[in-house]
Write a protein that binds this ligand. Structure first.
Ligand SMILES: [Zn+2]
Length: 279
């Protein structure tokens, strides 16, 4: 028995014991039932919850509501997140929110319907939609990723009249790894399987736009995205390495020439280790 609860009822001096009580309540206008494990007087029925018991009650109440309206529960969010190998910080980064929200949801605070939908998309087994990897296509983001690669590699990736032979492969590895490890690509780019390797779809039309991209309103790269870019850059310091590696990927080999390389198969990537497998 926790120290804050006396064994004798303060009201009738009856005996107080730990019981499971079926409770009914209303949350946001929805009737829910849940089981509360609290202390109760066996004589007069007075309920005496310790601070911990009250907190657990709140969690169960929130989870009962979430179940009633079809939202992910606290433990479900935590379990799915761990199955994906994501830290709370990595999941927060993928959602563009603070880590405090993840901590709250995993301890009973109810997430919004729109956040629940995002969580489900990110945490389900086969997360990324085929062509854009769960992100709206963003040319400024391509530029951000290429700039981050340039900083890591210590050399520019995009030159004047670039055909993106190498830049597209670094991008491809960043997008595919992010989709596999974080449930969301970095740039929303679509890639085609060309004889020279994975290539940004319609790259000819995009090179100038990428070079001239306006970066004022673009969401910055998260810490985890930057970590993936650093990992890709470390793995492939030279253009030849990234070129050769992309040709060893079954993900590219298995696609007919000209076909879109699906993000849904990002798990088949072999040359870049999964974030969760890094020391
Ligand atoms: Zn009593």
């Amino acid at each position: 028995m926790s120290q804050s609860i006396k064994e004798t009822c303060p009201s009738c001096q009856g005996r107080v014991t730990l019981v499971d009580l079926e409770k009914q309540a209303q949350v946001k206008g929805v009737d829910v039932t849940y089981t509360a494990r609290i202390h109760q007087c066996g004589e007069c029925g007075l309920e005496l919850a310790s601070i911990d018991e009250a907190a657990t009650m709140q969690e169960r109440l929130a989870d009962a509501y979430r179940q009633a309206v079809g939202l992910l529960g606290s433990e479900e969010i935590c379990r799915l997140r761990q199955e994906k190998g994501l830290s709370q910080q990595a999941l927060a980064d993928a959602l563009d929110i603070g880590i405090a929200s993840i901590k709250r949801w995993e301890s009973g605070v109810i997430q919004s319907k729109s956040m629940d939908a995002l969580l489900r998309t990110l945490l389900q087994k086969n997360p990324c939609n085929e062509h854009t990897g769960n992100r709206e296509f963003s040319i400024p983001r391509i530029r951000l990723v290429l700039d981050a690669f340039a900083a890591q590699l210590g050399r520019p990736l995009l030159k004047k009249d670039d055909r993106m032979l190498y830049a597209a492969k670094y991008l491809w590895y960043a997008d595919m790894s992010a989709c596999r490890d974080l449930g969301r690509s970095m740039t929303g780019s679509t890639y085609a399987a060309l004889p020279m390797g994975p290539q940004l779809n319609n790259y000819r039309d995009l090179v100038d736009e990428i070079s001239n991209a306006d970066l004022t309103d673009v969401p910055p790269l998260s810490q985890t995205e930057t970590a993936i870019i650093a990992l890709v850059a470390r793995t492939f310091p030279t253009n030849k390495q990234v070129f050769d590696a992309s040709h060893r990927e079954a993900l590219w080999q298995g696609c007919p020439t000209g076909a879109i390389i699906p993000y849904t198969r990002a798990a088949e990537l072999i040359e870049i280790p999964h974030l969760k497998d890094l020391p």
